[in-house]
Design a protein around this ligand. Structure first.
Ligand code: NAD
Ligand code: MG
Length: 392
């Protein structure tokens, strides 16, 4: 069988590296065509030597120049560099994503920077393995409409959405009653609000069950990650906001569930390992053998579920508000959150400044009911400027 050609946006990150691990384990099924990174050129070089891509893109300008110097110095002795195409910046990401020879584009960048490359790949009818949830949060309607128009498959990589997708296999003609979206609760589950006002970024980065990039780790501590996932679920599965019910499930074993009209609930379970949903997106509709850890329910013994506390974690309530308002509001929520998480990571603001300023931006923005892609880009830019103007 012909090997599938894979390109990865964000290949050095948590999802990107785990995607390459799945490819490493299945060398007869996959080959890597393109890789993109922000700044991590050392790690990129290792990946180039192992996976021998045809092309790469580096977003950051200084890292791009440094990388060109490395290529120049080493291309006569390293055959992996002699033919390599090297692109720069956002244009470079788009170039890699829009290659007509890739079978699957794995979008594993963090943030709405993934939007335009994903849109270009969809226009080629390329299958998208989507980890980059910000893309659907900021422009869900446009992305899903384009995917339908160009018959491009969007295969979810986010563990909850992969679970829902798996629960819906063979259920095309059956109506979803509710989606029961599970959440670990993050590092601050059960803690009172007063405790969290002055919480440090290192405490917020300590996720109990998953090891992930910094941005999604902070989003997990505020429960914004779950808010973004509620919006992602709406677009992927076409469900009303009130029918997406977040269940805090600290063991992270049930990855999500679907309740049908007849009251039956179907769930997908497994050990917390992102390589499982990544692999499923690459092999879909097949499942292939793996030696990933097997679930031992005797050892786990009990599974717990509780309601999220929206008072302690207002970001989740803001995401439901954005979804109910529709139009451009989720774009504001996402952009404000991206900027504020960066500021929290730089020790410039406190934990509760994140929801405070997101809400302020949502209140202040000029609402657009049916935004075009250009409206979304303009709203995103307005929001970033607005937050900068308040915080200086
Ligand atoms: P990460 O920070 O570990 O990695 C991000 C990757 O994107 C890196 O390779 C980085 O070099 C690259 N990148 C960052 N900014 C870029 C830019 N401007 N241009 C080009 N490349 C850029 O992030 P992650 O944890 O792997 O998350 C990636 C996406 O997957 C996020 O949208 C996240 O919400 C989603 N996701 C992650 C997990 C997880 O377990 N890590 C689970 C579900 C969903
Ligand atoms: Mg998730």
């Amino acid at each position: 069988m012909k090997k599938k050609n894979i390109s990865i946006l964000g290949s050095t990150g948590s999802i990107g590296s785990q995607t390459l691990d799945v490819i490493r384990r299945n060398p007869n099924d996959y080959q890597v065509e393109g890789l993109t990174v922000n700044k991590s050129i050392e790690k990129l070089l290792e990946q180039i030597n192992e996976f021998k891509p045809k092309s790469v893109a580096i977003f950051d300008d200084t890292a791009y120049q440094d990388f060109l110097d490395i290529v120049k110095t080493n291309q006569s002795t390293n055959p992996n560099l002699s033919q390599l195409e090297v692109y720069k910046g956002h244009e470079g990401l788009i170039k890699i994503a829009s290659s007509k020879t890739i079978d699957i584009l794995v979008t594993a960048v963090v943030g709405m920077i993934g939007l335009l490359p994903t849109v270009e790949a969809i226009k080629n009818s390329t299958t998208i393995a989507l980890a980059n949830k910000e893309t659907l949060v900021t422009a869900g309607k446009i992305v899903m409409d384009l995917a339908r128009q160009y018959k491009a498959k969007i295969l979810p990589v986010d563990s909850e959405h992969s679970a829902i997708f798996q629960c819906l296999n063979g259920e095309d003609s059956n109506k979803i009653d509710k989606i029961l979206l599970t959440a670990s609760g993050g590092p601050f589950r059960g803690r009172p609000k007063e405790d969290l006002i002055k919480v440090s970024k290192s405490a917020a980065l300590k996720h109990p069950n998953w090891s992930m990039g910094q941005k999604i780790s902070i989003d997990s501590s505020t429960l914004m990650n779950k808010g973004l996932e509620v919006i992602e679920a709406k677009w992927l599965f076409d469900v009303e906001p009130e029918d997406i019910v977040v269940h805090v499930h600290p063991e992270s074993i049930v990855h999500s569930m679907v309740q049908f009209e007849d009251s039956s609930v179907i769930a997908q379970l497994g050990c917390p390992d992102m390589r499982v949903p990544i692999q499923y997106a690459l092999t879909y509709p097949k499942r292939i053998d793996s030696n990933f850890e097997r679930l031992d329910l005797f050892k786990i013994a009990s599974l717990n579920f509780e309601k999220p506390n929206l008072d302690t974690f207002p970001c989740l309530a803001l995401a439901y508000r954005a979804l109910k308002e529709g139009g451009s509001t989720a774009t504001v929520l996402n952009a404000a959150n991206e900027v504020l998480v960066e500021k929290f990571l730089a020790d410039k603001i406190g934990f509760y400044d994140i929801p405070k300023y997101i809400e302020q931006a949502m209140d202040e923005h000029s609402f657009i009911d049916r935004p075009t892609l250009d409206d979304i880009l303009a709203t995103d830019a307005w929001t970033r400027d607005y937050i900068e103007s308040i915080l200086g």
